[in-house]
Every structure is written in structure tokens, then in C-alpha cells.
Write a protein that binds this ligand. Sequence first.
Ligand SMILES: Nc1nc2c(ncn2[C@@H]2O[C@H](COP(=O)(O)OP(=O)(O)OP(=O)(O)O)[C@@H](O)[C@H]2O)c(=O)[nH]1
Ligand SMILES: [Mg+2]
Length: 693
Amino acid sequence: MKRYPADRIRNVAVAGHGGTGKTSLVEAMLFAAKAVDRHGRVEDGTTTTDFDAEEIRRKITVNAALAPLEWQETKLNLIDTPGYPDFIGEVVGALRAVESVLVAVDATAGVEVQTDKVWSLADRERLSRVVVVSRLDREHAAFPRVVEEVAERFGRRAVPVQWPIGAAGSFNGVIDLVTMTALTPSGAVALDTLPSEVTATARAARDRLVEAVAETDDRLTETFLEEGELAPEALVAGLQSGIQAGTLVPILCVAAPRGIGIPALLDALIRWLPASSRRKAVGVRAKGGEAELAAAADGVLAAQVFKTMADPYVGKLSYFRVFSGTFKSDSQVWNANKGRAERVGQLFWLRGKHQEPASEIGAGDIGAVAKLAETGTGDTLTDKDRAVTLPPIEFPKPAMAMAVEPKSKADEDKLSTALARLMEEDHTLRVQRASEMKQTVISGMGEPHLEIVADRLKRKFGVDVTLSVPRVPYRETVRAHARVQGRYKRQTGGRGQYGDCWIELDPRGRTEGYEFVDKIHGGAIPRNFIPSIEKGITEAMVEGMVAGYPVIDVRVTLVDGSYHEVDSSDMAFKIAGSMAFKKAMQEAKPVLLEPIASVAVQVPDDQMGDIIGDLNSKRARIQGMEPGGDGTSVVRAQVPMAEMLRYASDLRSITGGRGTFEMEFSHYDEVPAHIADRVIAEAKKQKEAVESH
Ligand SMILES: Nc1nc2c(ncn2[C@@H]2O[C@H](COP(=O)(O)OP(=O)(O)OP(=O)(O)O)[C@@H](O)[C@H]2O)c(=O)[nH]1
Ligand SMILES: [Mg+2]
């Protein structure tokens, strides 16, 4: 592939709701631009960008993928992104690499949940946008209705710059509203050969476009009011600067698999969207201060990794965008985040999985490199002596956790390394070893996300696992006072064993923790044995008497005891301490405690009733409600964690994906008796299962 200067490059992420035809659209553009010689289909698993085995099997996009093409002497780096909410992390990474987002909106479904999400992510990165109304050939497709919906949702700045010829089955091409020319797959057609109602609506749409452009600028407004029209050059210039400034969003129309509207779309992207040199990243200098990075090929190197792919065979593949300078193959660069040098081997241009070696990749362009040792997603690669760091990429926090159980010993051995590799490529995945629960817990965006992680473990690393709901970390404590003796005495042949202690056990307040008080005076027990008694007690506390969970928030007071000159030992006193604790606990009204979470759920106002009803069924204590902005409310509640394990899925199904929530551990509270019985029975069953193994 030829090298292009930054002002002849356009970087565009293709994003939107799931199944709006993004991958098909990218494929159609690649094919129209002759970047691929076969028009792949999602149904057949043959598209350029859905090349991964999981994508082929599920017929959805899971990974962001690159798709560069050349059109009108310009390089268009498309990034196909997933629409499914579980993979939003891929969208977040991709948006860092581009200046513009192509938001695909389905012609029958209109604006959907992920359309909103993508829109606000694009706001956050201040990216230019185009809306492409896709799948216009489908039954019930209605361009004017979708245009209304988009304008209602995102403001009047969203205006069509094209108008479809026909709809649904008869959709056959587009009219360019700027030039008023019509294009069909078989070539240009004269406007007056089209049905008069098509040209009439197109003319009305053009008037609306001219008005919208005029409104973006005082001088244009004046001209428009005086002359009732804008000169063609003024219209083009006004449209261009409005789109680049974000005050205008052009709406386009396509039916990708049939190739309708594709060349016109490519023309429009090149014509209206900003060149890559327009995205000026601001880096922080190692020497202090900020640096605005111009996309100059001879400037300081500033390349940011926005995606990492873990491959068990070829190793790690890092996707990067060069914001300034020139990134060279076989060079040494500086990883500013890690503060380490990084050896760089061969650079590539990527198209789907196809790699094309590149000797260097310049400012404004996107590429990939394999086997970086130090570098992860979000890191900046730069020149050591002029080092700059680009802003971090903020990935969303995980919403759902599941336990992974390896199926065999061999799987167990490989699990943690494999998970570490997967975390490198997926910044919305977290792994925790819950050692108390003897479980590895992974958290991510939702159940489908974690299922994909399990699939990847198997396919990429040969690790077979099952997923299950994670165990709840219950605790135990006591509610009453007890005073007991723990006495251990053995006489076996020669030297015996003797340890004897009296302890008092008392409840303490929540979060006050465990306290050991030594009240032995006058040598009832020699001082050197007292640590052994305490050790016996703390070891016994690890598995409480109710259901085997750790004991918290108790005070143990050592009040008395006795010893034997010859037979007493550390071991004997440790056992005596443990015996005493177990006995005391049974007498001191032991209870089960459960973790309670502080939860904040944000949903559209009209769904609040359903959310509160659902939370109440989960034993929640509602604490309050407040407006969340944009027609949403936030409800705050305290809810037992045991009820929240599948909340990501519950919330998604109640709100159709419109709700979000955050949750953190708050405190421990007593489990109501009827639920405690169930937990105890379950613990007993598990203990028996382990013992019979
Ligand atoms: N009739 C019709 N079907 C289309 C069109 N574009 C895509 N499809 C079909 O819609 C389905 C989804 O298309 P994809 O291209 O995978 O959609 P996507 O937006 O990439 O999906 P995700 O990446 O999973 O969000 C596939 O079955 C496509 O063949 C279109 O213009 N017309
Ligand atoms: Mg896709």
C-alpha cells in the first residue's frame, strides 16, 4: 500500500447498534474500492473484518478490525466495530484512533440503545460524525422517518445530504442533494427521468440542507436571508466546516449487500469528513507541560496503542495510531507509560487478518506491530529524549462476575497464564483469585462477554472451563456472650500433651474486626504459650461453626487456664485454643452474615417503577432517587450481593439495554433466618461432596 500524507488520510470508525449492517457496509466499501476482489457476506462468514472464529460462528462482530482502502487518491482507514453492548470496550479503543465516526442506523429500527451510547462516546472524544441509514432495501424501511428520529434525538444539525431513490424493494440509488445528481448501481441517471414525487421530496430536502448549513454561520445566514439560496461553493464550504466542527451531521443512505449507495458514500466520506491531520492530540511532556501534537511526519513520534490481540502462536499484535512523527520498522522506541525502551520489529498495515509489511507508518495513519514486550493497550510509544504521553483510554467498568472452574488439572495449570493474556487484549475483563472461595472469578460487561472469554480460553489456549455464578463470601459472627474452657490432654506412653485455657467470646460491632485480649495475670499460663493459644483461635476462626465461613467482629478474652511442667507445649495450647473457640462460638448464638452492596441504577424515568419493583424482590433497601439527566433517574439502594449476581442480565432485559448500574461492597449484615437455612444446607452439601471425593 502507498504511503499517504496525513491530509490525504481519513480515519473512520464504523459504529452503531448491533446488526445494523456495519460489517456488511465495510465489506461493500472495500469491494467497491477494489481493496478486496470478492464481496464477502456475513451469512457465509466470508467478510474481511469478521474473520475471527467466534465472529464467523456467531455472525456478529466481536473485535474491532481494520479495513483500509484507497478512493480518490485518499486513504480511508475504516475500523469495523461491534454493535453488541458486551463489546463496547472495542468501540472505546477504536474511537481513540479516528477523527470521525460513521454511525449506522437501521432503516426499519431507527435510533436504538447503542446508537445513543456510540454518540456519547463520540462526544467524549470530540469526533466528527456521519449517520448512515442502512438496510434501506428492507421491507418497511422508511428514510424520512429515520431522519426525523435522528434529528429529534441528536438535534437539527443532523440533515440528509443524500436522498434515496425508492424505498424497500424498490430502493435503487441515491440523489446527491448538494449537486442534485442521481447515482444508481448502473451509473448516473438524469433527475428528470425519476418519478416526480422522488425529485420533489429531494428538492424539499435540499432546501432543508441549505437552511441548516446557513444556520451554522452568521455570514451564511445573511447571504441566505438576502438571496434565498447559497452559492454551490458556499454550500460545500459551509457543509465541510460545519461537519468538521461538529455543528452539522450529514445523513446518508445505503443498502450494503446490494452495493446501493456505496460509491456515493465513499465520495461523501472523503469529501465531508476531516483529514487525519485535523485531530490534534494533546500529550503530556515527560519534561512537564502539554504539547499539542501536529500530524507532522518529522515531528516527535507519538503513537498510541488502541487495541491488543493475543495470539498463542504469533504472540501479541498491537494496533496503533500515529498522532505525530513517523513510526519505523526495526527501530527502538520509548514506552512513556512504562518508562522502558521497546524494540520494534516489522510494522504492518492490516486489513482484517491480512498483513502487509510497511517499512514505516507516518503521522495520521494506523497500523500494527507484533510482539511488543512492554506495551499494552493505551500506552504511548515515543522518542525517549522528547517523550510525550497521550491521554489514557478510559474503558468501562465490568458489570458482571462469574466463576471459572477448570475442567481438569491440566486446564487448571494453564488457566492463570491464559487469563493474563486475555486481559492484555481486553481491558473490560478483570480476573480475581478469590482464594477464600477457592475460585477464580472473571468480570466483564455481561454474560455473553464472559461466555466469549470462556470460548477464547478453549480455542486460543486449549483451556477447558465451565462458568458458574460465583460463591458469595458470607461471614459468621456471634450475638451473645460465652465463657468456656478448652482443655487438651493426652497421655500416650512417654511424654503427654497438656494445654488448658478459659476464654470469653463477645460480639463486636460491624467493621470493628477481631480483637484478642490477654487477661492472664500471675502465671496461670506461662507467657510463651499465649501466642499459641491465639494462633489456635485465629485458625479456628477461618472456618466458622455455622456454615464454615470466616468469623469476623468478635472479641476473645483469655481469662484463665492451667499448665503442666513437662507435658505442656505450643502444640497442646494451640489445640486447646482452637477447641475453646469452637465451643464458645456454639454457645454464643452464632449467625451468618452476608455482604451488602451499595447500588446505583440509572434508567429512563418511565422504567423506574419496574426497576424499583425488581429491586424490592431482591431484598433491597431503597435509599433514594435523584434525577440522572436526559430523562433518566438514578435510584440508590442497598442490596444483598447474593441477589445481585446476575443483575447485569436482569437489568438488560428489564430496560432493553437502556439501564446502567454501579455497585460496590458496603458492609456485612445478618442473613434472614429462612435464607440462612438455605445457605447452611448448601454449605453442608458442598462439604460432603468434597469429603466424599
Ligand atoms: N436486507 C439487507 N440486509 C442487510 C443489509 N446490511 C446488512 N444486512 C444483513 O444484516 C445482518 C447483520 O449485518 P452485519 O453487517 O453483520 O451487521 P453489523 O452491524 O456488523 O452487526 P454487529 O457487528 O454484530 O453489530 C446480516 O445478516 C446482513 O446480511 C442491507 O443493507 N440490507
Ligand atoms: Mg459487524
